[in-house]
Design a protein around this ligand. Structure first.
Ligand code: NAI
Ligand code: MG
Length: 335
């Protein structure tokens, strides 16, 4: 069993090694191969995602990814390496669960999964500029094939986890040719899963309910961009971004990657919460390697460690606990 580990930038260097330590403890035979990607790597070599990294990732078929910094302005030759890697590895589904965790900022009763389409929508990054930079246009692409694939993923997940309902989230009223297609295909696919209830919400209304009553959600099935935004909102109910895991999945391939980014505001301080990346690794163990007992052990150790601390969610440092202390605590709970 092999995993390609990419720390990336910022707090990736602090939290990813903790998840690797956890994985090594529960799967001693695991082979870990490190690879580079990110903004720092781009500055060093002009290449944010070297071919060598892609080769290692493809060979392992399993990746643990920290986060990469990406500027919000155009930089010649740079595009987000994780968006590229998801595409190259054909991880077409991004699963982003939010469950209550024992920290003061989490909301009791929340247990939802955002199933985000991971290969198209505005994320294809097909942008044009005209009028000497005063007009920008981006292409939003939705296809039947990708919509079908992600809809089956959502309904299979609901079935597999004994969940009741899939909510299709879209903006088909304004975008009938793209989101409308996504919605139509999702309803077609739902017919194959008669035991699961299917409903729908416009994305703005979904955002309202995510703030007002997150416990109403079970599985959310949605295109790429809405999934990105709604899953960050949901993360607040799970205790915060430092606790929110995610898994990119394809057929026989997976990239575990927390919802959060490189957190430059706290990078280097040793206080980043490794929970999100550890829980992401546990998702890979569960869904990709099919080792649910081991995934349960990791989840239980994280819960036990969180229960012991009086943390203010994301930032462990508030009560004097560092990333390293928390890592020790989790590994102690695992043994
Ligand atoms: P961010 O998720 O990095 O940080 C948002 C806030 O949450 C910050 O206050 C940060 O300190 C806190 N936070 C995040 N993770 C935490 C953790 N594990 N423990 C404690 N606190 C944590 O989002 P932001 O600031 O918008 O983006 C920073 C950089 O990360 C940008 O360059 C962005 O492009 C990149 N990014 C990369 C992602 C990826 O590689 N998958 C995803 C999101 C952002
Ligand atoms: Mg995001």
């Amino acid at each position: 069993m092999k995993i390609c580990v990419i720390k990336g930038d910022g707090i990736g260097h602090e939290v990813v090694p903790v998840a690797v330590r956890v994985l090594r403890q529960v799967i001693p035979e695991l082979e870990v191969v490190s690879a580079e990607a990110g903004w720092d790597r781009f500055h060093d070599s002009g290449d944010a995602l070297p071919d060598e990294t892609v080769d290692i990732a493809r060979e392992a078929q399993a990746v643990l990814f920290g986060a990469c910094s990406s500027p919000s302005y155009p930089v010649a030759g740079y595009s987000s390496p994780i968006v590229k890697l998801r595409k190259l590895m054909q991880t077409y589904a991004n699963l982003r669960p939010t469950r209550f965790l024992p920290v003061p900022t989490a909301k009791q009763g929340v247990d939802l999964v955002v199933v985000r389409e991971n290969t198209e929508d505005l994320y294809i990054g097909d942008e044009k500029t005209a009028d000497a930079g005063d007009t920008g246009t981006a292409t939003k692409r939705i296809t039947r094939q990708a919509s079908e694939r992600i809809a089956h993923t959502a309904f299979r997940l609901a079935r597999g986890e004994g969940r009741r309902r899939v909510t299709i989230v879209h903006k088909g009223n304004v975008l009938p040719q793209t989101d409308g297609l996504f919605r139509r295909v999702a309803y077609e696919v739902s017919k194959a899963y008669p035991e699961i209830e299917t409903d729908e919400l416009l994305v703005d209304t979904a955002a309202y309910w995510m703030v007002k009553e997150p416990t109403r959600f079970d599985v959310i099935l949605t295109p790429n961009l809405y999934g990105d935004i709604l899953s960050d909102m949901a993360a607040a109910w799970g205790g915060g971004l430092g606790l929110a895991p995610a898994l990119n999945m394809g057929d026989d391939v997976a990239i575990a990657e927390p919802v959060h980014g490189s957190a430059p505001d706290i990078a280097g301080e040793g206080i980043a919460n490794p929970t999100a990346v550890i829980l992401s690794a546990a998702m890979l163990v569960r869904h990709h390697w099919n080792m649910p007992e081991i995934a349960d052990r990791i989840d239980a150790a994280v819960n036990a460690a969180l229960r012991l601390g009086d943390y203010t969610a994301d930032i462990l440092g508030a009560d004097g606990m560092s990333t390293a202390d928390f890592a020790d605590l989790i590994c102690e709970k695992l043994s």
